[in-house]
Design a protein around this ligand. Structure first.
Ligand SMILES: [Zn+2]
Length: 103
């Protein structure tokens, strides 16, 4: 999966298409998924860390999760959570060569 644009510009056709298309539906789906997981998972934090790790693997690196705004406090907390699972150099990134997966 190829990461999107993330420039956030109002004139950017790629960002415009994201905002007017899948963004709202994906937010709602994420809220539903996270609500259900928090209600039913024995260890929700572990579940969330795993979900972030798999998403990072699909995007190609853990940095892709925070690439849009790497300096924010939210980014540093997301980075801390995902790095605890995939390693500080992405050595355990799902789908990464270091974990027996393929690129
Ligand atoms: Zn853009």
């Amino acid at each position: 999966m190829k990461p999107g644009c993330r420039c956030g510009g109002f004139e950017c056709p790629q960002c415009q298409a994201w905002r007017s298309g899948p963004a709202a539906g994906i937010r709602a789906a994420a809220i539903e998924a996270i609500t259900q997981a928090a209600a039913h998972e024995h260890s929700f934090p572990e579940w969330l860390a795993d979900v972030l790790a798999v998403a990072a693997g699909q995007l190609g690196s853990s940095y892709e999760l925070i690439a849009g705004r790497p300096g924010s406090w939210e980014a540093s907390l997301v980075d801390e959570l995902v790095k605890g699972t995939v390693g500080y150099n992405d050595e355990y990134l799902p789908g990464h060569a270091g974990r027996g997966g393929q690129e």
